[in-house]
Design a protein around this ligand. Structure first.
Ligand SMILES: [Zn+2]
Length: 165
């Protein structure tokens, strides 16, 4: 971590020190950093926000992706302001975020799913995701199985059917 003058700050804990990471998808790493940024309470004024959204509408997705990466780079270099704590950020809490965070947690600990448990299809052929067995979305690793999209929807339908009886 560096300060505003670009000098190294002593005694600042490195966030990933001593952590062992499994294979993680790139988008997740990116998302985690963006979440960290949002948590810091970084805000633009309403006027700026309006202007930015107007400009963004006319831009291709590739450009937006590039801009996000630049923002991430700023975070890496310590140029981003982290002084405002996460609790002050108004839009940080909510069920949607909780649900997303739980999925990130599963991906973080179990890595990217490779094979569908039901039809044995691999991630090269179809997109595989982690499905919750009990549908209670608890933080238990054994409660999650890798399923492809079609098996996942079948699985969810079966679950709903069983609960109607
Ligand atoms: Zn499947």
């Amino acid at each position: 971590m560096r300060n505003k003058k670009g000098q190294f700050i002593k005694g600042v804990r490195v966030w990933n020190k001593g952590k062992k990471l499994g294979p993680q998808p790139k988008w997740l790493i990116q998302k985690r950093f963006l979440a960290r940024m949002a948590k810091s309470g970084f805000k633009h004024s309403e006027e700026t926000k309006r202007k930015m959204s107007e400009i963004n509408k006319n831009r291709p997705e590739s450009f937006r992706k590039k801009m996000r990466l630049i923002a991430l780079k700023r975070v890496f270099e310590g140029k981003h302001n982290f002084s405002i704590s996460g609790n002050k950020h108004h839009s940080w809490k909510g069920n949607k975020v909780k649900y997303g965070a739980l999925h990130d947690w599963v991906y973080y600990h179990k890595g990217e799913p490779i094979k569908c448990r039901h039809c044995k299809i691999t991630s090269k052929e179809k997109r595989i995701c982690w499905a919750n067995k009990s549908h209670k979305y608890k933080r238990i690793l054994t409660d999650w199985i890798s399923l492809c999209y079609s098996c996942h929807s079948k699985y969810d339908r079966q679950y709903r059917f069983n609960h109607l009886k």
